[in-house]
Write a protein that binds this ligand. Sequence first.
Ligand SMILES: Cc1cc2nc3c(=O)[nH]c(=O)nc-3n(C[C@H](O)[C@H](O)[C@H](O)COP(=O)(O)OP(=O)(O)OC[C@H]3O[C@@H](n4cnc5c(N)ncnc54)[C@H](O)[C@@H]3O)c2cc1C
Length: 376
Amino acid sequence: MSDGPALSGERALTDEHARIGELVGDRPAAWDVAGELPVDLLRTLGAGGVLCAEVPTAYGGRGADSRTNGELTAYVGSLCSSLRSIMTSQGIAASAIQRFGDRAQRKHYLTELTSGRLAAVGFSEPGAGSDLAAMRTRLRPDGDGFVLDGQKMWVTGARYADLLVVLALHGEDAAAVVVPADTPGVHIEPVADPLGCRAAGHSQIRFDQVRLPASRVLGGGGQSLSLLFTTALSYGRISVAWGCVGILRACLSAATTHARRREQSGKPLAEHQLVAGHLADLLVAERTSAHACEAASRSWDSASPDMVVAAVLAKHASAGHAARGAATAVQVLASAGSQDGHVVARAYRDAKLMEIIEGSNEICRLILSQHALDSL
Ligand SMILES: Cc1cc2nc3c(=O)[nH]c(=O)nc-3n(C[C@H](O)[C@H](O)[C@H](O)COP(=O)(O)OP(=O)(O)OC[C@H]3O[C@@H](n4cnc5c(N)ncnc54)[C@H](O)[C@@H]3O)c2cc1C
């Protein structure tokens, strides 16, 4: 269990950034090329409570508010989107357990998640991507317990996970169930050569008559599918949005540094106005994304009714800014940023995936347009 102090205030955040920066060092490029994160680092960060920093201190977490956790997420995202993806998954798992688990489940599982055990979350299926209501994975009663059958796709971090939080149909309703990854009948197959976030351990999972005790079904099950999705996705969207702010900060830093140093036609690139325009675009992208994230975090912390829309807006805006911003940064560095493993090349591939996960661009626009129609 984490023995770190509660994470609040600028000073504590700066200290935590320094600690993480030291642990990560200059290794993210090598992790990206190898397609693998060091599990001992994930366990160290997990045991420090930083992979799910919003978990209350009573459960070994850092008791951070969403904004503080967001800044931490952005910092990790500026270093390595694969590592940030693990943080998002651990945070979604923790928020689902906190929201749907009973008192004993919260104590047991949240304490595990702040002790270095790692979690991944499965909702997507071969036939249920954008249309999560088409889910087929099912939990059915069997004696004192349950049996789980089905498939999940592209589960971030499943390759490293000790626990899988799986969304499944349950009678007429749905349930979130905590499945130890080594349970007989659980088959985990890593996704080969993903476009981006290459070290995030994405995996396909098959559940083949997996027998589970009733104590693993959060809150006994019987929740509405849409409530389960909305809860998991809202946390995930805010987390991914802050991760995109991190991508933009890394791109802005690399582009400004390069534009100051590199000279062409007798002066630094930064003094060529068309290049300077790219730097301005990157700054606008980073600042506007951060503001959208801050608004979403405030809504999350105050459990405001507009939280769902604020999370979608932050994720959609930040992912678009990150995808365009990373392309802009590659443009500024040109050949200097065009090699595998370079921070802007990595950002370019990682950022594109942010427009797909936690609700694709199209799904986000549908939700936002419906909100406009309903509220104006
Ligand atoms: C890097 C990465 C990490 C992921 N991590 C996880 C994870 O941890 N856990 C998990 O469960 N899943 C995860 N996923 C899966 C992810 O949630 C799905 O990829 C996503 O929901 C989109 O589903 P799909 O890929 O099946 O695309 P589809 O749903 O087949 O969509 C294909 C295209 O059609 C568009 N489209 C679909 N329906 C509509 C519609 N009604 N109106 C307009 N346009 C539409 C989409 O926007 C998209 O452009 C991950 C995926 C990626 C790439």
